[in-house]
Design a protein around this ligand. Structure first.
Ligand SMILES: [Zn+2]
Length: 140
């Protein structure tokens, strides 16, 4: 069974980060009706594990699990798409929805190798985050 630590950072529940300042000593005494963070974590963890397991099964079946963004090679234009039956396919702009049978190969957490031309493709969201990070660093 996967540990919660392997989850996508957005799903990861880090108690230190999520704890509001009012945590110290006064758990839920305000009468706000919000359940304590510990019980929320305990309730979400099994669901998060099930989600990861389902995504792994979907990937193994060739389905797109929505666990990342669709890829497009900036060099040759080969692009991923999701067919009506949920299968992850790749196609060319000249023949949209026509599966080439090629699949991007994962290189690292955020980079994939184009099966057509060999270009290293960064996942769009990761590329956007990196761009934003660099812009922020320039301002300093
Ligand atoms: Zn390519």
């Amino acid at each position: 069974m996967e540990s919660v630590q392997e989850l996508d950072p957005l799903l990861r529940l880090d108690r230190e980060q999520m704890s509001p300042p009012a945590r110290a000593g006064s758990r839920n005494k305000s009468g706000s009706g919000v359940p304590p963070l510990d019980s929320l974590c305990a309730a979400i963890k099994p669901l998060a594990r099930q989600l990861v397991a389902l995504q792994k099964r979907a990937n193994a079946l060739g389905l797109f699990a929505n666990d990342r963004e669709l890829l497009e090679c900036p060099q040759c234009g080969l692009a991923e798409d999701v067919a009506h039956d949920g299968l992850l396919i790749t196609c060319r702009e000249s023949a949209i929805a026509q599966d080439t049978g090629l699949r991007f190969a994962k290189e690292t957490d955020q980079t994939f190798r184009c099966p057509s031309c060999g270009t290293l493709v960064t996942e769009p969201l990761a590329a956007e985050l990196e761009k934003a990070r660099k812009q922020l660093e320039k301002r300093k």
